[in-house]
Design a protein around this ligand. Structure first.
Ligand code: GLU
Ligand code: MG
Length: 482
């Protein structure tokens, strides 16, 4: 990485009218210095330091240009309480996350992106750190980094991609005086060519904005529900995949807001319409990323891959509390909706929780991967992917066997047949999933005491708050947050 050219540095210091800025800039590592250069060249005024919280909401604070060199090193001060905040902005009583205490939102300069949909602004994905700079026990991005490091000790490198669906429309008042609703932009049919045209201007703005931020588009198509679209991003290493998903969520909504539209990745944004999944694709590679260890060399899944499936299935009841963590998530996880409702696996089975994806010809090894269907965009992607990795690794370490694959829609089987296959119904509500999480020592241990206490408190408060409200309120709040 080239150092900041002296001319750009001088220009930066001069424009800031501040000798300290130049001194701060000189102490930064080359990647951070490059951020200052980009800010200067691109005319960026505000840089958002963003993170995802326990409610799955993406939040942050922005640094002004004049103090950026300082903030790159120190981060921005933040109350510890924000990791005890629910998606309804209701603070929960969590020990260690009260009104006293401070962390720092410390950006990762390698994630710097000017925001194509927000002129003059840029963003960086951030860690939450203690004041002394050490990782904070409740930092979600650190949770994923630690999971990746743990797999690294076994010579395994996870590669992943979130495959999100979202609904595009307009925010309109409810004629009966209820909360605002998302009214879909189009009513095109599933994969119907008309859908490409009806949403074309938005789609092109979105595609260009994602590509400009370094997210390579894999596929795009109009999906089943009215206003529903799916646009997938190519797989990459785990931390980057989660960072990408945060950028993706921000961009889907940011582009829509700029075009006076409303877009939502909420799991069930419109009752009676298809839900929005964010299926999670995973494979494990060797340390040098040369070989996909899920590929058996004969076009099938390796023993390692089977064990990973077994680990995911073994932990699935608690795992879905992290991968499908909102009250609204459980309106999506219904049988016969291709969202998955049973803990089973199968080759190209779109009703199974884990689908073994058939590899693509000409690219068999690299394209061998597992698709985890009970996953949606109300999740904190660092927690959900990190937890999936812990579960899969447990299957590998304990040499678990996933049993027989299910090759039909499990909902068409009798209860007896499902029981024979060990194919259990997934938790039917967030409350059930949270109980399962609390009863899962491996996941609880991986989360650690502070993170698990905060996550459970936040999520249980959401269960209680939405239980007192109707569907229209629940839908609106999820549209607002996601
Ligand atoms: N919309 C479905 C879901 O909620 C997925 C449909 C599909 O892409 O197979 O997961
Ligand atoms: Mg889809």
């Amino acid at each position: 990485m080239a150092a900041l050219p002296p001319a750009a540095l001088a220009c930066y210091a001069d424009r800031m009218g501040d000798r300290h800025s130049a001194a701060d800039a000189r102490q930064l590592d080359p990647v951070a210095r490059r951020v200052l250069e980009r800010v200067e060249v691109d005319g960026i005024e505000l840089v958002r330091f963003i993170y995802a919280d326990h409610g799955g909401v993406i939040r942050g604070k922005a640094a002004g240009r004049s103090r950026l060199s300082e903030r790159l090193g120190s981060g921005i001060g933040h109350t510890v309480a924000m990791m005890a905040m629910s998606m309804l902005d209701r603070l929960q009583p969590v020990e260690g996350m009260g009104p006293v205490g401070e962390v720092r939102i410390v950006p990762d300069p390698a994630t710097f992106v000017p925001l194509p949909y927000a002129s003059g602004a840029a963003a960086m994905l951030s860690d939450l750190r203690e004041i002394d700079g050490s990782p904070w026990a409740a930092c979600p991005r650190t949770f994923l980094k630690d999971a990746v490091a743990l797999l690294g000790t076994e010579g395994l490198t996870p590669v992943a991609a979130f495959e999100p669906e979202f609904t595009l429309g307009r925010r309109l008042p409810d004629p009966t005086g209820g909360p605002d609703r998302l009214v879909p932009l189009d009513d095109s049919l599933c994969y119907a060519a008309a859908g490409f045209d009806l949403a074309h201007d938005y789609t092109m703005a979105l595609v260009r904005a994602l590509e400009a931020q370094g997210l390579p588009i894999e596929h795009y198509y109009p999906e089943l529900g009215a206003g529903q679209h799916e646009l997938s991003i190519r797989p990459t290493t785990a931390l980057k995949a989660a960072d990408n998903h945060v950028i993706y969520r921000e961009t889907v909504r940011g582009v829509a807001f700029r075009m006076a539209m409303w877009a939502s990745l909420a799991p069930k944004p419109i009752a009676g319409q298809a839900g929005n999944g964010a299926h999670l694709h995973v494979s494990l590679w060797d340390t040098d990323l040369e070989h996909n260890l899920f590929a058996d060399g004969k076009g099938g899944l390796s023993l390692l891959g089977r064990r990973f499936i077994a680990g995911v299935l073994a932990h699935l009841p608690g795992l879905v509390a992290l991968t499908c963590p909102s009250v609204n998530s459980y309106r999506r996880l219904q049988p016969r909706t291709w969202a998955s409702a049973y803990a089973c696996y199968g080759p190209d089975n779109r009703e199974a929780a884990v689908r073994i994806c058939s590899p693509m010809s000409g690219n068999v090894e690299a394209s061998t991967n597992l698709e985890i269907k009970p996953s949606d965009s109300s999740a904190n992607p660092y927690l959900s992917l990190g937890a999936v990795l812990h579960a899969g690794l447990d299957g590998i370490r304990r040499k678990l066997d996933p049993g027989k694959p299910v090759t039909v829609d499990p909902d068409t089987l009798t209860e007896k047949a499902r029981a024979r296959l060990g194919c259990e119904r997934l938790p039917a509500s967030l409350a059930e999933a949270l109980d399962a999480l609390e009863a899962d020592p491996l996941l609880m241990d991986a989360l650690g005491p502070l993170r698990s206490a905060a996550f459970l408190a936040v999520k249980r408060s959401e269960v209680a708050d939405f239980a007192r409200q109707d569907v229209a309120y629940e839908t609106f709040q999820h549209l607002r947050a996601f």
